[in-house]
Design a binder for this molecule. Structure first.
Ligand SMILES: CC(C)(COP(=O)(O)OP(=O)(O)OC[C@H]1O[C@@H](n2cnc3c(N)ncnc32)[C@H](O)[C@@H]1OP(=O)(O)O)[C@@H](O)C(=O)NCCC(=O)NCCS
Length: 177
């Protein structure tokens, strides 16, 4: 299977949004939690210098049509985005710039073909090129296949660190006290 990796464009917003919802379902979370819209993805990240970047994995939808030209002589190969890695940059006061991987997802029927590894390798190249000290990400405790995947590619779990969040509602109530 021929897989190409490329940076996402504003026109990919709908497709990325669908994959974000698929990942949400995979993570057993209600889709009502996905409050971002494709327009938000465009305005917040996919336009130049936004808050995030996104790598896409694209395959030919049908190997039989690969490399075929249509009647006008144009490339008629159909492409399908089957995975994505959405990331942004953060900063460690100890080590400097870091990459934070927000989402990594490959559609179920395409898993186990090296696409996730390929996306991660490209992220690694970007992290090194941009002088990041590490790639950080979180993984749900029950998600054994992904924990296995991360361990296999060489990532370390950090069991001594716990994730805390302060939602807007709690912030509002806290600052109004
Ligand atoms: C985790 C994930 C991105 C890996 O992508 P992938 O394209 O299946 O990864 P690869 O094909 O490069 O797999 C590498 C190895 O992990 C194994 N693997 C890990 N998770 C797997 C899964 N869910 N299904 C199939 N194989 C999996 C593969 O067998 C493969 O082993 P091999 O190298 O011996 O062939 C993908 O399984 C996925 O999207 N899972 C659901 C969403 C998810 O959990 N995302 C991460 C949230 S923290």
């Amino acid at each position: 299977m021929k897989v190409e990796l490329r940076e996402a464009k504003p026109s990919d917003a709908e497709c990325i949004h669908e994959l974000i919802k698929e990942l949400c379902t995979y993570e057993k979370v209600s889709l009502s939690e996905v409050q971002t819209t494709p327009e938000d993805l465009i305005n917040d990240g996919l336009k130049n210098n936004g808050a995030f970047k996104c790598l896409l994995a694209e395959v030919s939808t049908d190997p039989l049509v690969e490399d075929k030209n249509d009647e006008a002589g144009n490339d008629a190969t159909e492409k399908r985005v089957v995975g994505y890695a959405l990331y942004y940059f953060g900063y460690s006061t100890w080590k400097g710039k870091l990459m934070y991987l927000e989402d990594l997802y490959v559609k179920r029927e395409y898993r186990g073909n090296g696409i996730g590894t390929g996306l991660f390798k490209r992220l690694g190249e970007i992290a090194l090129d941009t002088k990041c000290c590490r790639i950080a990400f979180v993984c749900l405790d029950w998600n054994e296949p992904s924990k296995e995947f991360y361990t296999r590619i060489g990532a370390d779990e950090q069991p001594e660190w716990r994730l805390f969040q302060f939602t807007n509602e709690r912030i509002k109530s806290f600052i109004s006290q």
